[in-house]
Design a protein around this ligand. Structure first.
Ligand code: PHE
Length: 450
């Protein structure tokens, strides 16, 4: 009895408005994954074939999982660590752990990449851009070595802790309401600018029109499409569960899932419409196809460096945009451990934020010191997201279908929408994700062993 009273007396925060929730979820989804991941994955796996697979995965797999995560979060009103247990009992505790480990792993290296982004932004603002790929690569070497790296990482995590300790409405929601409109304005302006570059057509062709049908069966392309979809939409990791736990009972979950997924996909495509023309205008296509995350930090600055002061302005906008996109994603990653600490140990948000950020910093040091380690953690984390997506769809589709019913009813969904989502989460989505998971693990191991 006493326990119940205490539970009730701690009132859970809520989003200030529906729009606030949608913007926060878009903020989480739109991040470095859209600006970098989309471009390098598409150039690795044959352009249009990758884009097509990506869109199919979003429609068939990710949209239903979105609704499943939202339903689970809103129904249980608790963070992703506890939600599976609360919904389906202690046997589901491992899924909670997955939802704690995966965001910490991603946040650990994400903050490092944000540090590089901030560094190049400052470099473009105050110093200028490198004039050729050699200069650019030595600039990147100095950026990601030693102290400079750690400073960027600490700065980004500190900023994250500051925002997140402000809470849901005054921290996360407020930041997104300011950042998302700015982000769209910069993005549209840059895409228009890129369209007028001399070789923009070659860039577009490589990105969207170069269709090689064999790529559809290439395990790397398939893995890339699944990884990109889950990473870019922040799915399979518990973020959408946690964000939905702050929702009131009335909002329409399927509609919001569609809004968020479409905005995120549009940003990914538009980012490609910016990066590809820049890269191909200077014949830098070779460098990016072999790319790791780091290469774009070399390719884009050296491409823009050849445009004089306009190029410098574009670099300032582009890296500023990337940083804004990234901070709204970083806080969503940090929110899971923070919410878990608050929900489980009833500690204050400030303390939870400091503990989370401190821990994230420590586990991120290896990634700050080695891009190789960073790349491997990224690859593993991406597979974990697909695993998380499989487990969520199985949980909601098979184990707690009633929860889905209740939440779709609360959403005011039509009977067609209800029937469609229930069918997908039961018979289609889990099977396709399981297939994607097997191929991704196979492709990852193959890469490591060869
Ligand atoms: N979606 C973010 C991006 O595209 C990254 C992210 C992944 C954020 C998983 C939260 C969870 O960059």
């Amino acid at each position: 009895m006493v326990f119940i009273l205490t539970e009730k007396s701690i009132k859970r925060e809520q989003w200030g408005s529906k729009l606030g929730f949608v913007l926060a979820a878009v903020g989480s989804a739109v991040g470095l994954g859209n600006l970098w991941g989309f471009a390098y994955r598409s150039s690795q796996g044959g352009g249009a074939a990758f884009v097509l697979l990506y869109i199919l995965v979003v429609l068939v797999v990710c949209l239903p999982i979105f609704v499943a995560e939202f339903a689970l979060g809103r129904n249980t009103s608790t963070s992703a660590f506890l939600a599976p247990i609360k919904a389906a009992g202690p046997r589901w505790a491992p899924l909670g752990w997955l939802f704690l480990i995966a965001p910490l792993a991603i946040a650990s290296y994400y903050a490092v990449i944000m540090g590089w982004t901030a560094d190049i932004f400052i470099q473009s603002l105050f110093v200028g851009l490198p004039l050729n790929p050699e200069e650019s690569s030595s600039l990147f070497d100095s950026i990601h070595s030693g102290k400079r790296d750690l400073i960027g990482q600490i700065f980004s995590l500190g900023l994250g802790a500051y925002i997140i300790s402000g809470g849901i409405k005054k921290g996360i929601e407020k930041l997104n309401k300011i950042c998302i409109p700015i982000l769209f304005i910069i993005l549209i302006s840059l895409a228009i600018w890129a369209a007028f570059l001399t070789n923009s057509g070659v860039g577009y062709r490589n990105f969207l029109l170069n269709f090689d049908i064999n790529q559809l069966a290439n395990p790397t392309t398939i893995r890339n499409a699944f990884s990109q979809a889950f990473f870019s939409l922040s799915l399979g990791i518990g973020i959408m569960i946690t964000y939905a736990s702050y929702l009131n009972k009335k909002s329409d979950l399927p509609k919001q899932a569609i809004q968020i997924a479409s905005l995120d996909t549009i940003v990914g495509l538009m980012a490609g419409l910016i990066t590809f023309p820049i890269i191909f205008s200077f014949g830098l296509g070779e460098t990016i196809s072999k790319s790791t995350i780091a290469t774009l930090f070399i390719t884009i600055p050296s491409g823009l460096g050849q445009y004089g002061s306009i190029g410098r302005l574009v670099a300032i906008l582009f890296f500023g945009l990337a940083y804004i996109a990234a901070i709204t994603s970083l806080i969503s990653l940090l929110e899971i451990p923070v919410a878990t600490l608050i929900d489980k140990f009833k500690i204050k948000r400030n303390l939870a934020s400091i503990l989370t950020v401190g821990f994230t910093f420590i586990i991120g040091i290896p990634s700050a010191l080695s891009t190789n380690i960073l790349g491997n953690i990224d690859a593993i984390a991406n597979v974990l997201l697909i695993l998380g997506g499989f487990l969520v769809s199985f949980l909601v589709g098979w184990v707690i279908p009633k929860t889905l019913d209740i939440e779709l009813k609360n959403s005011g969904s039509s009977s067609l929408t209800k029937a469609y989502l229930k069918f997908m989460l039961k018979y289609v989505t889990p099977i396709i994700v399981a297939w994607g998971l097997i191929i991704s693990v196979y492709d990852l191991l193959k890469g490591w062993l060869s």
